[in-house]
Design a protein around this ligand. Structure first.
Ligand code: G
Ligand code: G
Ligand code: MN
Ligand code: NA
Length: 254
């Protein structure tokens, strides 16, 4: 309850900020985008991890103003990169279930992108399997609409949910993100090998690109490269960085 009180004031007190984690294309070594990850630093509670405050924000619906803020920040960031060396970088944002099903979600997104004169392809929408699978029939329409507008659609934490694989065929997804828990045991653990190989086969047969998450070692990276995984994110490339640090980092890595 203490946390809920603080959470209600977090935005107006400027306690939230975004970090950006680079995503690398394996074949070229190029950084092609970043994932925006929300951070909350409260004077009394310190840095509160998203795994702790996002569920509370969801239950209390405080997630809605927070989500609007995340979208606004992201669009501003994309706009500030126009006509700079970073103009082709995409940003992926994590969309909670209540945000996705909120009235006007797509219109709001499209309007903000248009007002900022940023191409929709530079914004990637990350949804979890459970978000996609709850009310699948309604969601499929929303997903088609988003794709038609040119937004990229990614399924986050892939493999951890309860979904049936058949939705992959029906849903207009562009990207699957293999959950870190299946990357951790690579390249040794037999189960992680089977699961990650199966996901890569499945995705590629469906023309869906794959991001491996939480890649920490070169051995993991080599394993993924040999199996034609398109992209990686993880500490082997970079941890999530504040926007200033990201720009410095990108300049040094160009
Ligand atoms: O940031 P960290 O690397 O600790 O992320 C932990 C979890 O919090 C991830 O599952 C991520 O999807 C989620 N998360 C991070 N930022 C956001 C956000 O802006 N909105 C939502 N809904 N979830 C987020
Ligand atoms: O949205 P998602 O559930 O994918 O959130 C990604 C989370 O994983 C964030 O909390 C991010 O800080 C974290 N993360 C990203 N790369 C690594 C990594 O290489 N190792 C570890 N331990 N965590 C990572
Ligand atoms: Mn994510
Ligand atoms: Na994930």
């Amino acid at each position: 309850l203490q946390m809920e009180k603080h959470l209600r004031n977090a935005l107006s007190n400027n306690e939230m900020y975004l970090c950006y984690q680079p995503k690398m294309e394996i074949t070229t070594g190029k950084i092609i985008g970043v994932e925006a990850l929300l951070r909350w630093r409260n004077p009394e509670l310190g840095l509160v991890p998203p795994n702790v405050f996002i569920p509370i924000a969801e239950e209390t619906r405080i997630i809605l103003p927070i989500s609007h803020w995340v979208v606004d920040q992201t669009v501003k960031q994309l706009k500030s990169w126009r006509n700079t060396p970073f103009q082709d970088l995409s940003i992926a944002i994590n969309i909670s279930s209540s945000q996705f099903s909120a009235e006007g979600f797509i219109t709001n997104l499209a309007t903000k992108m248009q007002e900022a004169d940023v191409p929709n392809r530079l914004l990637e929408i990350e949804l979890t399997e459970s978000t996609v699978m709850t009310n699948a029939d309604t969601n499929i329409k929303l997903l088609r609409e988003l794709r038609k507008l040119g937004f990229e659609l990614a399924v986050d934490d892939f493999g951890t949910g309860y979904s049936s694989l058949s939705y992959l065929k029906r849903f207009p997804l562009s990207i699957l993100k293999i959950d870190k828990s299946f990357i951790d045991g690579l390249p040794m653990d037999e189960e992680d090998i089977s699961i990650s190989e199966a996901i890569l086969h499945l995705a590629h047969n469906l023309n869906v690109r794959v991001v491996a998450e939480g890649v920490e070692t070169l051995k993991q990276l080599n394993f993924l490269e040999e199996r034609q995984c398109e992209y990686i994110q993880g500490f082997v490339i970079s941890k999530p960085l504040k926007s200033d640090d990201l720009e410095v980092w990108l300049t040094e890595h160009a």
